[in-house]
Design a protein around this ligand. Structure first.
Ligand code: AAT
Length: 286
């Protein structure tokens, strides 16, 4: 560990650790679920860290939040009811709020401290909470989904931390079953699905489970996020049985008149589904 630097050390990426130079630590706290830290970095703006793992930086959060939101929501016409699991920083809400067709946005985040800290230190991200269509539920996403009546949502976005800690169950088959139940026929889900460089074993399990649970289409997409481990992160995109969803060809474009998009466009949407051969081989075989 280098003094004055933050190093992201975890058993989920053994033998490597990305580091950022710290200018100033702005917040350190312990919630009921995890350690919460915010620091000012030398090159990526402010950084939110949970249990030693980077959740977002001001500089590259656009890549993650825009992709995890617009990959699913641009793939179906007129999304109306959207559920976000995790994502307490509000960035996904900010992106969902761009859709005029959306009537209701529910978010279920387990940790109130993440919400409060984001509102205090990341106003450009937490601005998502200002939209009147948003309802915040503080609680476990697993329990929340169990109570959702069948067919409620057009889209579910699972913006979850890694499967060590409170997000563990969000990567398991029973959870995917509750997501499928909560979606209308032909509804879509997009879940944070880790890195093709580090986690092919986890991805293989997710794909296998999703193929069993989601009877529409099941696809893996990925993007670059320099401050996430290995610099890339992926998403599992699935639809339930019903009107067919072709994730690779977006049906919506986005109103960027009030707030420009920094990362997403229709070309990168389609490109996100092109996989390197080593990943394609494993994912297609499942
Ligand atoms: N948009 C920022 C990126 C994240 S945040 C993940 C969020 O999921 C955190 O706020 C965490 O508190 C919340 N969370 C974890 N478990 C649950 C749960 N069971 N129910 C509801 N919310 C939960 C993801 C960063 C990915 C990092 C990749 N290395």
């Amino acid at each position: 560990v280098i003094p004055g630097w933050f190093s992201e050390i975890s058993p989920m990426w053994p033998g490597e650790a990305h580091s950022l130079k710290i200018e100033k630590i702005l917040f350190q706290g312990k919630s009921d679920y995890q350690n919460v830290m915010v620091f000012q970095s030398a090159t990526y703006g402010k950084v939110l860290v949970l249990d030693g793992v980077i959740q977002l930086t001001e500089r590259d959060e656009c890549a993650y939040q825009e992709m995890i939101t617009h990959l699913p929501l641009c793939s179906i016409p007129n999304p109306k009811k959207v559920l976000v699991i995790g994502g307490g920083d509000g960035g996904v809400l900010r992106e969902v709020a761009r859709y005029a067709s959306v009537e209701k946005i529910d978010i279920c985040e387990i940790d109130k401290m993440v919400v409060d800290v984001s509102k205090q230190f990341f106003p450009d991200v937490a601005i998502g909470y200002d939209d009147p269509r948003v309802t915040l539920h503080v609680g476990d996403g697993v329990a929340f989904l169990k109570a959702v009546p069948a067919g409620t949502y057009d889209a579910v976005i699972v913006d979850s931390s890694d499967p060590i800690g409170p997000a563990k169950e969000l990567f398991e088959k029973p959870f995917f079953q509750t997501v499928a139940n909560a979606l209308r026929p032909g509804g879509v889900v997009c879940t944070q699905a880790e890195s093709i460089w580090l986690h092919m074993d986890i991805i293989e399990d997710i794909v296998e489970n999703c193929r069993e649970v989601f009877k529409g289409s099941v696809n893996y997409a990925w993007t670059t996020v320099p401050t996430y481990p290995s610099g890339v992160i992926g998403f599992m995109l699935c639809s339930t049985e019903g009107p067919a969803v072709d994730f690779k060809h977006p049906v919506n474009s986005i109103d960027a008149s009030k707030r420009p998009l920094k990362f997403y466009n229709s070309e990168i949407h389609t490109a996100a589904f092109c996989l390197p051969s080593f990943a394609k081989k494993v994912i297609d075989a499942k």
